[in-house]
Design a protein around this ligand. Structure first.
Ligand SMILES: [Zn+2]
Ligand SMILES: [Zn+2]
Length: 196
């Protein structure tokens, strides 16, 4: 469902504007499918053992969680990110401006898919066939991050220990933008001293 009045317009061109909006559940499920497909390719096409791929999957997950922190802190919040008109402004400041816009909680589907294929080829060049385990872990980490972020902005916090994720992300949005860069875990904020 399109909700053009809920968010800010990013592009004058109506096609680009339409492309800049995506349903978060659609993007999240597409990325999980891409991860599963590459994992299966690793087993059935490349004949890599399941347990080796499972270990590499965990490596990819941890790698993504570190990337989630570093990209949010050093790329998205680099300098006066709200004042500029760069791609960083477009993808992150728009979310800080209107955190409740449900169609701007993920990258647009075509961009997310293109970026994930790019990541696969970079991993393939650097890691060779190990990419068939590391990439699905990395992309599942990304999809999981999008899911947690989507739930934080669209659902009330649960009444259990997970509510710290809601609390930290709302602090990041409304109180201290230079704290709580991690969305799926406060671990890297603790390591790098940005825990609120
Ligand atoms: Zn932010
Ligand atoms: Zn947010």
């Amino acid at each position: 469902m399109r909700t053009p009045n809920q968010g800010k317009r990013l592009f004058k061109n109506p096609v680009l504007e339409w492309l800049s909006r995506s349903s978060a559940p659609l993007v999240i499920s597409s990325l999980f499918i891409v991860a599963l497909a590459v994992f299966c390719l690793g087993i059935f096409q490349m004949r890599i053992s399941f347990w080796k791929l499972a270990f590499l999957f965990l490596v990819g997950l941890v790698l993504f969680s570190l990337a989630e922190y570093l990209i949010h802190r050093f790329v998205f919040h680099d300098g006066d990110y709200k004042a500029g008109k760069s791609w960083k402004t477009k993808i992150h400041a728009i979310h800080h401006d209107i955190p409740t816009d449900p169609e701007r909680l993920t990258l647009p589907l075509p961009v997310a898919l293109f970026a994930s294929f790019l990541v696969f080829f970079i991993f393939k060049i650097i890691l060779g066939n190990l990419a068939f385990g590391v990439f699905p872990g990395f992309i599942s980490g990304y999809a999981f991050y999008l899911l947690v972020h989507f739930l934080i902005h669209t659902r009330k916090p649960p009444q259990n220990h997970l509510k710290i994720l809601w609390r930290n992300h709302h602090i990041h949005h409304h109180l201290k933008e230079d704290k709580a860069y991690g969305v799926t875990t406060p671990f890297w904020d603790w390591v790098f001293g940005t825990l609120p």
